[in-house]
Design a protein around this ligand. Structure first.
Ligand SMILES: Cc1cc2nc3c(=O)[nH]c(=O)nc-3n(C[C@H](O)[C@H](O)[C@H](O)COP(=O)(O)O)c2cc1C
Length: 584
């Protein structure tokens, strides 16, 4: 009988989990003392024991100590760091300047972990259809190195601010060898208690429960828990505003060095956001991310707009390229722009900045059949929730809504009519500027769709499925997802307001997270916002969509909160309050 390995002891188990939990990426606080040869050998031996495809062990370790070489490598990383910083919205760029991303010169030992995808010839077991398995195997070696270094008291920082080929050339590597990791290694006295990026507020760890699916994608639950749909999980997490934080914010506003109430709506806003965060002052709403949800509409066939449907896809390309009005506005206020294809009719090429989340290629014509199935409506809602979660985990403190979809003011009018009970003619507008005859047709189209489906406002999923758009459903999900995480959402115009009515019907408390960015010139906006109980911050006759009105309102939201952070109180500034006479 062949011998087997000894069973792990409880102390092994605890030790291993502790090391995994306490492993840190380290870029600060390195000491000068060198890593002894025996220690380094142990660490490299641990790396070399990693699992690998077909036992191919495709890695090698290049030890770099020469200060001249490290200085050259450092120069390369400085260039890439600058190139990355140039792509960041202002608030992100400011935060990025405070983050250290490499320690090439601070540690006297740098290790390059390389991968040879050709090692072992044609027949490496498991690499036949997936050559990238060699690279993944090498990443396992890096992880082993990282954990072994941790138990030796060595900090490891993985630097990826490189053009890989440029770095390979600088290091004189053979052509067939790729660089998987460049790590800086050295002794440190202390390891940060949490990822440094989390401590810096740059990004947050995603909870495990978000990542575990049961049997089919989306059926999330931790082992032993009842699976719950993303939508239901999100709805259950939406809470009323925190009354303690609300009264604290009220009191603080009254103590600030200004006449009470003189900041008008901005005071109410600051109180709302304190209630939402459950803290006074609430976090500053930055960085900000705008998500533009794009979808097409089958009702376009009814001649409700003079614009061809292809414009949806063309504008998506424009947003991604940075050429639209909303890009200019977002650049000015420092918001990130993220474009989501939730239902564009055309097939879009993958490009950075575009999230491919197509639920279906445009809705059906609501005058003939439901715009989408209930399942598709739920999928689109959940798509919006996921986007909100991702943008929150990426460290954004406020989300903004945007939309693109030729004919989407028609679907918005239908949604607003259903949820407000207003007459269709009173909530149907000219959208992108239709003439009298087209407006009359548009009203008739909405009336016919409502007569056909008789949507029930008590069944919001059914309503959005019957007469909504994929971007409406996704926007509603986006708002719900943000509210569930206590994050404010600044709404753009009438499309967002229509979507917010869907969200409100699903979870009335969602309105606590919503801020109406502006009053759209579309007639449906006013009754929709009234029903939501929201007061628009900006009123400039805008009717552009794209998220432009939300972006314009962002600085107002930020000022409202900053006042709670920065403004002196009567006590602290020694200023006499009107109602409290100065001491004699
Ligand atoms: C593949 C990879 C590349 C990384 N590149 C960088 C980098 O270039 N600069 C940096 O500051 N951190 C880099 N990191 C470190 C991550 O930021 C860090 O692992 C993450 O924030 C989690 O923190 P923790 O490792 O302390 O748990 C990288 C990590 C990995 C896995």
């Amino acid at each position: 009988m062949s011998s087997t390995l000894p069973a792990p002891q409880p102390a092994d188990r605890e030790g291993l989990y502790r090391v995994i939990a306490n492993r840190r990426d380290v870029r600060n606080g390195f000491r000068d003392d060198a890593v002894p040869d025996d220690v380094l050998t142990r660490v490299l031996a641990a790396a070399h024991q990693a699992p690998s495809v077909g036992l191919s062990q495709p890695w090698d370790f290049l030890l770099v100590r020469d200060p001249v070489v490290r200085a050259r490598v450092h120069d390369l990383s400085v260039q890439q760091r600058a190139a990355y910083a140039a792509t960041l919205p202002t608030a992100r760029a400011t935060a990025f300047r405070t983050i250290k991303v490499e320690a090439i010169l601070d540690t006297s030992l740098n290790v390059v972990v390389t991968c040879d995808r050709t090692r072992g010839g044609r027949h490496v077991l498991g690499r036949h259809s997936q050559p990238q398995m060699a690279t993944y195997s090498t990443a396992c070696a890096v992880q082993n190195l990282w954990l072994a270094a941790r138990v030796e008291g060595l900090g490891v920082g993985w630097v990826s601010f490189f053009d890989e080929r440029e770095l390979a050339e600088c290091l004189g590597l053979p052509e067939h060898v790729e660089i998987v990791a460049y790590v800086c290694i050295g002794y440190v006295d202390a390891f940060p208690p949490a990822p440094e990026l989390a401590l810096a507020g740059w990004a947050n760890r995603r909870p495990l429960a978000w990542a575990v699916h049961n049997e089919r994608w989306g059926n999330r639950a931790l082992p032993g828990e009842e699976p719950v749909t993303l939508l239901n999980d999100t709805l259950a997490a939406i809470r009323p505003l925190d009354p303690a934080a609300i009264s604290e914010a009220h009191e603080r506003q009254d103590r600030l060095t200004k006449p009470r109430g003189s900041l008008g709506v901005l005071e109410d806003l600051s109180v709302q956001l304190a209630g939402l965060a459950g803290a006074c002052p609430p976090p500053l709403p930055e960085p900000a991310a705008l998500a533009i949800f794009a979808g097409d509409h089958g009702v376009h066939a009814q001649g409700v707009t003079p614009w061809p449907q292809e414009v949806t896809a063309q504008m998506v390309a424009n947003f991604v390229a940075g050429g639209a009005v909303v890009n200019a506005a977002a650049a000015q206020v420092g918001a990130e722009v993220c474009v989501v294809d939730v239902g564009v009719a055309a097939t879009l090429d993958p490009v950075p900045g575009l999230l491919p989340r197509k639920v279906r290629a445009g809705t059906a014509d609501m005058t003939a059949e439901p715009a989408m199935t209930r399942e598709q409506a739920v999928l689109a809602l959940e798509t919006g929730i996921e986007v909100a979660r991702d943008l929150a985990a990426a460290g954004n403190k406020v989300l903004l809504t945007g939309d693109m979809g030729i004919a989407n003011t028609t679907a918005s009018a239908a949604l607003i009519a259903v949820f407000t009970g207003a007459d269709v003619a009173a909530v149907t507008g000219r959208g992108t500027g239709v003439d009298e005859q087209t407006l009359a047709r548009k009203v008739d189209v909405v009336r016919r769709a409502l007569a056909l489906h008789r949507p029930d406002p008590a069944d919001p999923v059914g309503v959005v499925a019957a007469v909504g758009g994929l971007e409406h459903a996704a926007l509603a999900g986006f708002m719900l997802g943000a509210a569930a995480l206590g994050l404010p959402v600044v709404l753009d115009g009438v499309i967002a307001a229509a979507a917010a009515l869907v969200a409100q019907a699903l979870a009335p408390e969602v309105t606590g997270a919503l801020v109406a960015g502006h009053l759209s010139a579309e007639p449906g906006a006013r009754p929709a916002l009234a029903r939501l109980g929201l007061r628009p911050l900006v009123d400039l006759d805008l009717r552009l969509g794209e998220g432009s009105g939300a972006v314009l309102a962002l600085p107002l939201v930020q000022v409202a909160v900053r006042v709670l952070h920065d403004v002196a109180t009567f006590d602290s500034a020694g200023v006499s309050d009107k109602d409290t006479p100065a001491p004699a």
